[in-house]
Write a protein that binds this ligand. Structure first.
Ligand code: PMT
Length: 342
């Protein structure tokens, strides 16, 4: 095959086109109504395993009686393009925020339901995950025995003890999702189960949730075929109903609800977070920018000025995790919420 000849230039968007491609004025999506909820859940079947997750969740909530309980959502949801899925659209999130936050909740005595994207980072094992460190790099052979290398002993002992303590107390329930549909069905089911915990329940919604999906009636069964000659794939996605207000008003009335807002443009972060707060009537939006999310976040709450939480240069250098500051500040607000609900 002759591959010589001019290489076609990669088509890049001009600045003007790029500006038009991103609608920066787009408002926060309107809250879902009851009819949107009914339509969505009637037309999008629950995952087969949902009853089993519900059973585990009920048992877990009962076991933790009168204690505090937090639902942490973590990782990104996918939107399958085919029923027998080969391709899907993904949302950005490694699960670091969720997994790290869950650890600090556990250390503070919370029971944690960790609704996470399957194979994303998990509390404790995240310290030795494939995406940061391969666990094998922490090991060595000593007289034929595989052991943890001397220099990692202390760090791993600390993580192991915390992990064992959480496990021994049955403090952590892991519930997985992959698709947006699995996430929404599970979120609704878990929320309703958590009603019995009233204000002791805290929702910490750090998952990156798809805003668009393909309804079942339009998903092809098999892998989409590409044809010779390079046909385009044109996708037609529907908006995912914004169920946050249904969660606040119907699924978990009485619980304290925290959502996250991720932006890349610092100019719009606060206004988008405020819009979300007003639209969905919950208690706290934690805003973060993609570029700086590990070093600073902002609490946006009704009727009070924003509160920034930032790591100092010193803290950044010594590896302090911002979640070690976010979680105590969150718990303080949850305590106030429980008090005012009495
Ligand atoms: O995991 P990391 O790599 O550490 O990244 C963490 C993070 C940056 C993804 C996280 O800190 C974060 O900001 N998560 C929220 C991402 C986001 O902006 O989501 P959103 O704007 O689509 O949704 C806002 C909130 O509404 C979220 O709390 C989401 O869980 C919730 N939501 C969204 C859509 C929907 N249909 N229902 C929802 O409940």
């Amino acid at each position: 095959m002759d591959t010589s000849g001019p290489v076609p230039p990669t088509r890049r968007l001009s600045t003007g086109e790029r500006e038009q491609a991103i609608d920066r004025s787009a408002p926060v999506l309107p809250p879902a109504l009851e009819i949107d909820e009914n339509n969505y859940f009637e037309n999008n079947a629950p995952p087969e395993y949902l009853d089993e997750l519900a059973r585990q969740c009920e048992e877990f909530v009962k076991m933790h009686g009168t204690g505090r309980i937090v639902l942490v959502t973590s990782g990104g949801t996918t939107v399958p393009l085919e029923n027998q899925t080969v391709r899907f659209i993904d949302n950005f999130s490694a699960g670091t925020r969720g997994a790290t936050s869950a650890e600090y909740f556990l250390e503070n005595g919370y029971a944690v339901i960790f609704l996470h994207r399957q194979f994303s980072l998990l509390p404790y094992s995240r310290h030795y995950s494939h995406s940061t460190n391969c666990f094998l790099d922490f090991m060595e052979e000593n007289d034929g025995q595989v052991v943890v290398s001397q220099q990692y002993q202390q760090q791993m002992r600390t993580v192991l003890r915390k992990y064992r303590a959480a496990k021994d107390r049955n403090q952590l329930l892991l519930l997985p999702f992959t698709t947006i549909n699995q996430y929404l069905h599970t979120l609704r089911t878990v929320s309703v189960i958590l009603q019995s915990a009233g204000p002791r329940a805290l929702f910490y919604l750090a998952a990156a949730v798809s805003d668009f999906f393909i309804p079942p009636s339009r998903i092809p069964e098999h892998k989409i075929q590409s044809k010779a000659g390079g046909n385009k794939l044109i996708m037609d996605l529907d908006p995912v109903p914004k169920f946050l207000n249904r969660l606040v008003e119907r699924w978990a009335p009485g619980a304290m609800i925290i959502s996250f807002k991720l932006e890349t443009d610092s100019e719009i972060l606060i206004s988008k977070a405020r819009q979300a707060l007003e639209r969905y009537s919950h208690q706290l939006v934690i805003g973060n920018l993609l570029q700086t999310r590990k070093n600073e976040i902002v609490f946006v709450e009704p009727e009070v000025p924003e509160t920034w939480i930032r790591l100092s240069d010193e803290q950044i250098k010594d590896g302090t995790e911002i979640e070690s500051l976010i979680i105590p500040a969150t718990i303080e607000r949850h305590t106030a919420w429980i008090e005012q609900s009495k």
